[in-house]
Design a protein around this ligand. Structure first.
Ligand SMILES: NC(=O)c1ccc[n+]([C@@H]2O[C@H](COP(=O)([O-])OP(=O)(O)OC[C@H]3O[C@@H](n4cnc5c(N)ncnc54)[C@H](O)[C@@H]3O)[C@@H](O)[C@H]2O)c1
Length: 379
């Protein structure tokens, strides 16, 4: 097992390895020693897909370790992140006698992490949380950084807080049961880390994927599962990059914004299609191509590097669906604009591994980048 330290106001450790769910009780035991009051009650929150494979091993391990385990299993999907379910979970916690010294284990993808994390940040003004991410996206992205929250009918993640966990338990073996499309969607964030922060990571990804792609999602997942060491390395390095960026900018003021590379476009694509056509990472793959073209148009990135990046991103499968109109995608950027005080910020590339934020970009340049990708003008 390897560890990554998430430093900051409330530091915690990210444990990365294989078959490490069994270590949950020992790690919780250690964490409890740092807490003022001890409470052995644990609530595992998960969804039905994840419960099928990973709930019993985790709850059995915790019970064997002497913890009193209760479980809440919700339907899978983004629909969970709403106030009604939150209220339901908080009331279930009261009925089950949980206290502010009890611990919530969020076992699942980013939806469970955000939802159960937000509930734990509110329950009796905050109880303990352990993140056990089981999707690739949750492992390399959403379980690190302490952001938790739910959606409003007006937009995604509009209600939330920062609630760092006691620790993160990242068992890479749980990815074996993840559907291939979800797996590839999570890869988008890993590619992003290479592009915004670590040129060498991007080059290693090129060396791995170019000989075998373009492949189907299934083929990509199989190739990475067979090269287990490389996958372990990718998860570990990505967690490290995310933890470092968050550490330098815990409350998301400036630096952390570069994590949004491809996301301003990607979120707009998801929203313009009512979250029905693209998985998050698929929209981010397309969004990163748009952001790369924008970087080129702004004269920040040379044409050869732009073509290299767009060519690589284009190797990952995205759904063959009728895309939304450019006008709709651009209009959907309004939500991001509102969140940022009326200004659209774009993360653009200056070189491989180097990203900066820019605002006040003429609308025409933005729509041109969207159009070129959606119309297939860029391979
Ligand atoms: N808090 C943050 O910093 C942050 C960052 C990025 C994304 N997010 C949030 O993360 C969410 C998306 O996360 P996601 O992509 O993990 O989606 P998800 O949680 O919906 O998981 C995707 C699907 O995979 C299934 N699944 C997960 N792990 C599995 C496993 N090991 N075996 C079988 N099935 C498994 C889930 O049941 C679900 O059907 C969004 O709500 C997004 O807003 C949060």
């Amino acid at each position: 097992m390897q560890t990554v330290q998430a430093r900051g106001v409330n530091p915690y450790t990210i444990h990365v390895g294989r078959s490490i769910l069994q270590q949950a009780p020992d790690l919780l035991e250690q964490a409890m020693k740092r807490c003022k009051h001890r409470d052995n009650r644990v609530l595992i929150v998960t969804d039905r897909h994840v419960a099928r494979y990973h709930l019993v091993p985790l709850s059995t391990a915790l019970r064997k370790g002497g913890f009193e385990v209760q479980r809440l299993v919700f339907p899978a999907g983004e629909q969970l992140k709403k106030h009604k379910s939150l209220y339901g979970m908080l009331r279930a916690m009261v009925r089950r006698g949980l206290t502010r010294d009890s611990t919530v284990f969020a076992l699942g993808g980013g939806v469970i992490g955000d939802f159960a994390g937000f509930a734990s940040s509110n329950y009796m003004r905050g109880c303990h949380l352990v993140q056990v991410p089981t999707s690739l996206l949750a492992q390399v992205d959403s379980s690190i950084g302490g952001k938790v929250g739910i959606n409003l009918p007006e937009g995604k993640n509009l209600v939330g807080s920062f609630h760092p966990p006691l620790f993160v338990l990242m068992d890479i073996d749980t990815l074996r049961t993840l559907p291939s499309r979800e797996f590839v969607s999570g890869l988008a964030e890993i590619v992003k880390y290479g592009l915004i922060g670590e040129r060498r990571l991007f080059e290693e990804l090129e060396r791995f994927f170019i000989p075998l792609s373009p492949g189907t999602a299934k083929e990509i997942q199989k190739a990475l599962t067979e090269q287990g060491h490389f996958l372990d390395e990718l998860v570990l390095r990505s967690s490290r990059i995310k933890a470092e960026i968050v550490e330098r900018d815990e409350r998301e003021q400036d630096l952390r914004m570069i994590l949004n590379f491809g996301h301003t476009f990607g979120h707009a694509l998801e929203q313009a299609t009512s979250y029905r056509k693209y998985l998050h990472g698929e929209a981010v793959f397309l969004g990163m191509r748009m952001a790369t073209l924008l970087s080129e148009t702004l004269g920040l990135l040379d044409a050869d590097t732009g073509a290299r990046v767009c060519g690589f991103l284009g190797r990952f499968p995205t759904p063959r669906v009728k895309p939304p109109s450019v006008k709709r995608v651009f209009a959907a950027m309004g939500t991001d604009k509102k969140k940022r005080g009326g200004t659209l910020h774009f993360v653009v590339l200056e070189a491989l591994g180097k990203a900066v934020t820019k605002s006040d970009i003429p609308d025409g340049l933005v729509t041109q980048s969207i159009d070129r990708v959606l119309s297939g003008a860029v391979s």
